[in-house]
Design a protein around this ligand. Structure first.
Ligand code: BJW
Length: 256
C-alpha cells in the first residue's frame, strides 16, 4: 500500500510519540538548506568539484599541507557564514517533546548546537577547531590558531613541537575519536532512530542505523533521495529536511 506524504508524517509522529529512547543520526543533507554543500550530490557536492583522496586523507596532508589547509580555510569561511535552517531548529525543538536525546552527527559545521541541540556527538570532528598533526601532547592536541605568531601561515606550526597544525576533522583511513564513537555506539540501543540527510556510504556511521534496527529500533529516514539507509527505514519521508522536520515536530504539538 502506498502512503501519502501526510500519512507517512502521521506514522513517523506516532513512532516519535511512543519513543522511550530516541537517537538521531544526521549527515550533510541537513545542512544543505543552510548553504553548506553536501559531499556526493552529483552536481554541487564537494566531491564533484574536489578529489577527496587529494584533500581528505592524512597522506594528502603530508603531500601538500598548504593545499589541504587552504581547502579547509575556504570551507570554514562557508560554515562561519551559515545559520541553522528550519531542519536544525526542528531537531532542537524535538527535545521539548521527547527530552534531550543523543544526536549523532557526521557534520563538522556546529549548526546543531547553534540551533540549540544539547547532546550532540561529533563523529567526524569540528571544522572550527585545529590540532597538532603529530598529536604531540596526546590525541587530540588542540591548538587555538588565533593565538599563534604564524597564524596566517598555510598551515601554522604547533607551538609545542613544530609539526603542522591541521583541522580537527576525521579524514579517510583515520580512526574516529574514541569517546564520540563509544557514545554513538551506546546510543544505538534505542527504540526509534531518526536518520536525516546522509547517503549512508561512509563507515562506520553507515552501519549505525542497521545496528539500531538489529537492536529493535524503528528507523525513520528523512532524505529527498533514496539512500543506502532507505531499505531499513520503517518510514521514509522523501522531502528536504528543512520542510519535513518542522512539519513532523508540529504534529507532536497536536493531540494524537
Ligand atoms: C538531503 C537534502 C536535504 C540532499 N535534506 N537530505 C574501502 C576502501 C577504503 C576505505 C574504506 C573502504 N570501505 C570502508 C572504508 C573506510 C572509509 C569509508 O567508509 N569509505 C567509503 C567511502 C567506502 N571510512 C573511513 O575511512 C573512516 N574511518 C574508519 O573507517 O576508520 C577505521 C579504519 C582506519 C584505518 C583503516 C581502516 C579502517 C573515516 C571516515 C571519515 C569521513 N570523512 C568525511 C570528511 C570529513 C571532513 C570534511 O568535511 O572534509 O566525512 S568524508 C564525508 O562523507 C564527510 C561526511 O561526514 C561523510 C558522510 O557523508 P554524508 O553526510 O552522508 O553526505 P553525502 O553527501 O554522502 O550525502 C548527503 C545526503 O543528503 C544525500 O543522501 C542526499 O540525498 C541528502 N540530501 N539534500 C535532507 N535538503
Amino acid at each position: 500500500m502506498t502512503l501519502s506524504f501526510d500519512e507517512k508524517l502521521q506514522r513517523a509522529a506516532a513512532l516519535l510519540r511512543g519513543a522511550k529512547r530516541l537517537t538521531v543520526l544526521t549527515g550533510a543533507g541537513v545542512s544543505k538548506e543552510s548553504g553548506i554543500p553536501t559531499f556526493r550530490d552529483s552536481l554541487d557536492g564537494i566531491w564533484a568539484q574536489f578529489d577527496p583522496m587529494k584533500l581528505a586523507t592524512p597522506h594528502a596532508f603530508q603531500q601538500d599541507p598548504a593545499l589541504v589547509w587552504d581547502f579547509y580555510t575556504y570551507r570554514l569561511g562557508i560554515v562561519r557564514d551559515a545559520k541553522p535552517n528550519p531542519g536544525h531548529i526542528a531537531l532542537a525543538a524535538l527535545e521539548k517533546y521527547v527530552g534531550a536525546y543523543p544526536l549523532i552527527t557526521q557534520n563538522i559545521d556546529g549548526l546543531h548546537e547553534a540551533a540549540g541541540s544539547t547532546n550532540v556527538i561529533h563523529l567526524h570532528g569540528q571544522i572550527n577547531r585545529s590540532k597538532c598533526f603529530a598529536a604531540c601532547q596526546g590525541d587530540p592536541t588542540l591548538i587555538d590558531v588565533s593565538t599563534l605568531p604564524d597564524k596566517d601561515a598555510s598551515p601554522p606550526k604547533c607551538p609545542h613541537c613544530g609539526a603542522y597544525v591541521r583541522p580537527d576533522v576525521v579524514w579517510f583511513g583515520e580512526m574516529l575519536p574514541l569517546k564520540e564513537l563509544n557514545a554513538a555506539r551506546n546510543a544505538l540501543r534505542c527504540d526509534v532512530m531518526l536518520v536525516v540527510g546522509t547517503s549512508g556510504v561512509v563507515q562506520p556511521a553507515a552501519e549505525m542505523p542497521f545496528t539500531a534496527a538489529w537492536n529493535g529500533a524503528q528507523i525513520i529516514e528523512v532524505n529527498p533521495e533514496r539512500s543506502e539507509i532507505t531499505e531499513v527505514a520503517r518510514v521514509w519521508l522523501n522531502a528536504p529536511s528543512g520542510e519535513a522536520l518542522p512539519r513532523l515536530v508540529a504534529l507532536l504539538e497536536q493531540p494524537a
